[in-house]
Design a binder for this molecule. Structure first.
Ligand code: UD1
Ligand code: CA
Length: 459
């Protein structure tokens, strides 16, 4: 039986933020959500989260997290944050009758892979240790607790960086902040922690020296154990995450041109033969199908792009875009939007909360909001929907095959039927039936021989 405890009560002073550290976002997901994700291969019976600083905010954020593989989260309050050992002491009343292993993770170690946690647990159970810790040997161990072992490999002591002597600082083996404990052993020593260290805190790391057997397991890839204490480490973690995500997509058949200038959230799904051009950013629940070419210079967020879509220097948010659509340059799609197959949405066009049928074009300098367009509609350059009367938004409906002349204003609410032709420069305020020509502008007047000033007399 395995229970999980995540330590997420600290403020994270070094972040210099009002937001609790564990809620800082790393590539679209909070640090603590990522810790939960790294546990997805374990089948724990309990999952406890120690909360303290801004507890309500942390609980609310985790209520929205994807925890499908985990049992219901149990929140444990640590009202005063007196250290990691004190945080784990708060679990005692919750795990009174518990008999298995407790996996403890710091809430600020977001890059762990599920396989690593699984391996740690396996080693722990195979060797029947009282404690097994994830460790790493890193060239610059500054800031981490140093792990000391005896000749048999048993951990004798962990000393925090700030409590290390100069000689102890030379030890490059560090504590990653991920621990497996046999609970029945931990309860013997946990209540007896002392706070005689530089920070006067109760350190969880102090228990290991008192346990009968504590083993260190080195991580395969040191980049996994980066702990986030400040903004610099947050940026470093983002870089590692990006590298990981991009290598995976390239291995899966996606072309990234100038990968360093591209960012991809790990929630994004791409098919083989997608091409991502420089300076392009893919975020949230975005799915892009084969043959699509995105960028340069584009942002796609929470959108679904079917096959062979092209996007050039554009922003696409909350949109469903069907196959073969061409977007940009300089298009802003603000969803919810549905763009039918083969549409062209072009240069300097903004679309908001609208639906376009198949093979419809809005190619130049337009704004369409709250509009529903049928198939094969052509919207002339500079056409706009006047959808807002200062109080309410109104909708515009345009039937199949209708052509709207350049520089027209469609004053909503208004409906144009199918195969309507709107003369250029019209201000359409009334509904138009199918198969009509509508001209809604003042007729041109020409006055021959007219001048503002009479010609001056010839000298
Ligand atoms: C800790 C370890 C250190 C290790 C490092 C790995 C201790 C004493 N030190 O140091 O050996 O190398 O992690 O990243 O454990 N927290 C609480 N309640 C508290 C204090 C902290 O819940 O009272 C939580 C924090 O929210 C955080 C985690 O525990 O998620 C770790 O705390 P932090 O202060 O970041 O510990 P480090 O100094 O990084
Ligand atoms: Ca830390």
């Amino acid at each position: 039986m395995v229970a999980i405890a995540i330590l997420a009560a600290g403020r994270g002073t070094r972040m210099k933020s009002t937001l609790p550290k564990v809620l800082h976002s790393l590539g679209g997901r909070s640090l603590v959500e990522r810790v939960l994700w790294s546990l997805k291969s374990i089948a724990p019976t309990r999952c406890l989260i120690v909360v303290g600083y801004q507890a309500e905010q942390v609980k609310a954020a985790l209520a929205k997290a994807d925890t499908a593989t985990l049992p219901a989260l149990e929140f444990v309050e640590q009202t005063e944050q007196l250290g990691t050992g004190h945080a784990v002491q708060q679990l005692l009343p919750y795990l009174k009758s518990f008999t298995g292993d407790l996996l403890v993770l710091n809430g600020d170690v977001p890059l762990l892979r599920p396989e690593t946690i699984q391996r740690l647990l396996q080693q722990h159970q195979e060797h029947q240790n009282a404690a097994t810790l994830l460790t790493a040997q890193i060239p610059n161990p500054q800031g981490y607790g140093r792990v000391f072992c005896d000749s048999q490999g048993k951990i004798t002591q962990i000393v925090e960086d700030r409590d290390c002597t100069t000689a102890q600082k030379q030890n490059c083996r560090i504590n990653a902040g991920v621990y497996c404990f046999r609970w029945s052993d931990l309860v013997q020593v946990l209540p007896h922690l002392a706070a005689n260290n530089d920070q006067q805190e109760y350190y969880l790391t102090d228990v290991v020296g008192q346990l009968s057997s504590a083993m260190a397991v080195d991580v395969d890839d040191n980049r996994e154990i980066l702990g986030i204490n400040d903004r610099q480490q947050l940026a470093a973690a983002y870089e590692i995450l990006q590298q990981r995500v991009k290598l995976e997509w390239m291995a899966a058949g996606v072309t990234l041109i100038d990968p360093n200038s591209i960012t991809i959230d790990d929630t994004v799904q791409l098919q083989p033969d997608v091409i991502i051009e420089p300076q392009t950013h893919l975020r949230g629940n975005t799915v892009i199908q084969s043959g699509s070419r995105i960028g340069p210079g584009s942002l796609i967020e929470n959108s679904q792009l079917d096959q062979n879509v092209t996007v050039l220097y554009s922003v696409v948010k909350d949109s469903i875009v069907q196959a073969g659509v061409q977007i940009g340059p300089y298009t802003h799609l603000r969803g919810p939007l549905q763009i039918g197959s083969g549409c062209r949405v072009g240069n300097f066009v903004e679309l908001k909360n609208s639906k376009l049928g198949a093979r419809t074009n809005v190619a130049h300098l337009s704004y369409l909001g709250d509009a529903t367009l049928g198939d094969r509609v052509n919207i002339g350059a500079g056409t706009i929907t006047a959808n807002y009367d200062g109080v309410n938004k109104h909708s515009t409906e345009i039937g199949d095959g209708t052509k709207v002349g350049a520089n027209s204003a469609l004053v909503a609410p208004v409906t144009l039927g199918a195969d309507v032709t709107v003369a250029a420069g019209s201000v359409v305020t009334e509904d138009v039936q199918d198969d009509c020509l509508v001209i809604a502008r003042a007729r041109q007047v020409i006055k021959p021989g007219w001048r503002l000033h009479p010609p001056s007399p010839k000298p």
